[in-house]
Write a protein that binds this ligand. Structure first.
Ligand code: UDX
Length: 447
């Protein structure tokens, strides 16, 4: 079918390229002429494994085009998917792009005598599609629902795994307000055999938040337990966590042995979650809940633990070494997780700022995120240097902090670390791997 996607950002571009791969004809609309030209030359503006190849194939097949011309694109499409940003403004969701696009679609519909279904893919707080989007389109078009259709189809794309998450999803949520839109969504996702959940749009919206909140809950809860283990002393929280992971309700025992579900990787202590979704989504739902008179105690606690978690790193090092002024720290990993150059809400931002405040010289490394990190951190003065090769800089450091679990940092345990402190903020290593240097980590204080 012919699909228009509005917004060629991470979600819009990726969804568009994947839908084209499955045989749909996709027109991806963006206001940036420069971005549109770049995409039509096959050059994605974001780093995601496999995306450049996927976009190349989509362009070659003739089933994908980026454009700035919304009206012509809408004229040709059966269904429009909205994938614009919904950032957080002081903890409250900013729906201004959604409003703007809804009005723009409404103005288009005012001049055409046709049916169009509008499906929101952007993450929006529950109730947005069936109230705000509906009323903006209605007032700009002069026509009321159901003369146009409304749907909500959340994405569950993990950065770094986004293409396989889209192509082999665990479920597809088809949120709809009218039968025609459901029928179009069924057609859109007909090539996929995944479980499909058919619900109204506000349920679809809440599913997206609930999913992320429950994952973030695991992270903050295990981090709080880790902090207690460290405060008690003589407990390594990894021993605790490994035993908990073996509970058969977390890790079922089947005929062929253990399953080891993916959820367990969120149940590992570290220096906190980050990225473009978890922090923003939790804040948005907390704010909506409070507005509705629900205090959202859980969300508050998850966010509070996460906000202070990066502090555990510098506090533990200071507890061991005392005054850190004049020391040199090598920080390994700047992105919020491995496999991405995204540094939004990355714990490394807080760790580096805190080290600099304590008078520590910082050498920072990341395989792909250095450029974004520099921009996000601002101008740090002359105490911070970025390096391309981390192994060559281990010698210069008194402290080595593993802040993102990039697989290449596994090599650290094979290097000469005499007299150095290693802080494993992602619990990548066995403590026994460090016989020469001093090994410190989240959730373990043996002295
Ligand atoms: C997340 C959701 O997983 C995805 O479904 C949603 O649509 C967008 O938000 P993403 O932000 O890419 O995707 O990150 P994810 O891989 O879930 O990681 C989020 C946080 O959890 C990160 O800070 C990461 O370090 C932490 N995490 C991730 C873990 O602690 N363990 C893991 O195994 C994976």
């Amino acid at each position: 079918m012919n699909v228009t996607i509005i917004g060629a950002g991470y979600v819009g571009l990726l969804s568009g390229a994947c839908l084209a791969e499955k045989g749909h004809r996709v027109s991806c609309v963006d206001i940036s002429q420069q971005l549109v030209e770049q995409l039509n030359q096959g050059k994605p503006h974001i780093y995601e494994a496999g995306l450049a190849e996927l976009l190349g194939r989509a362009l070659d097949s003739g089933r994908f085009r980026a454009t700035t011309d919304l009206d012509s694109s809408l004229d040709r499409c059966d269904l429009v998917i909205v994938a614009v940003g919904t950032p957080s403004e002081n903890g409250v969701i900013d729906l201004s792009s959604i409003v703007q696009i809804s009005r723009r679609i409404g103005l288009y519909l005012r001049t055409r005598d046709r049916h169009l279904s509008i499906v929101i893919k952007s993450t929006v707080v529950p109730g947005t599609t069936d109230t705000l989007v509906r009323s903006e389109i209605a007032s700009a078009s002069g026509k009321d629902f159901p003369s146009f259709g409304l749907g909500m189809n959340p994405e569950f794309l993990r950065e770094g795994n986004a293409i396989s998450d889209f192509m082999e999803p665990d479920r597809i949520v088809l949120g709809y307000e009218d039968d025609k839109t459901l029928q179009l969504l069924e057609e859109l996702y007909a090539p996929w055999e995944a479980d499909k959940i058919r619900v109204n749009t506000r349920t679809a919206e809440l599913i997206k938040y609930a999913n992320n909140i429950l994952l973030a809950t695991q992270v903050s809860t295990v981090n709080e337990i880790a902090n207690l283990a460290a405060a008690l002393g003589n407990i390594d929280v990894m021993d605790v966590v490994r035993a908990v992971h073996l509970d058969k309700r977390w890790n079922p025992i089947l005929e062929k042995g253990r399953v080891t579900p993916g959820i367990l990787s969120y149940l590992v202590p570290g220096c906190g979650f980050g990225g473009s979704c978890f922090p923003k989504d939790l804040q948005a739902l907390r704010s909506q809940g409070r507005e509705k008179g629900i205090p959202m105690h859980m969300l508050n606690a998850i966010l509070k633990v996460n906000d202070s978690q990066p502090r555990q790193v510098v506090d533990t090092i200071a507890h061991e070494l005392g005054d850190l002024t004049g020391k040199t720290a090598l920080v390994l990993g700047l992105s919020f997780k491995p496999g991405t150059d995204d540094v939004r809400e990355s714990a490394s931002l807080k760790i580096v700022r805190s080290l600099l405040q304590k008078g520590v010289k910082v050498i920072a490394h990341d395989p792909v995120a250095t450029h974004n990190f520099k921009t996000a951190l601002g101008t740090p003065g002359d105490k911070l240097h970025y390096v391309d090769s981390w192994t060559e800089n281990v010698d210069k450091a008194d402290i080595v902090i593993v802040a993102t679990a990039w697989p290449e940092y596994q090599e650290l345990s094979q290097l000469h670390l005499e007299g150095k402190v290693v802080f494993d903020a992602r619990r990548m290593f066995q403590p026994s791997a460090f016989t020469k240097g001093k090994y410190l980590s989240i959730g373990r204080r043996m002295s």
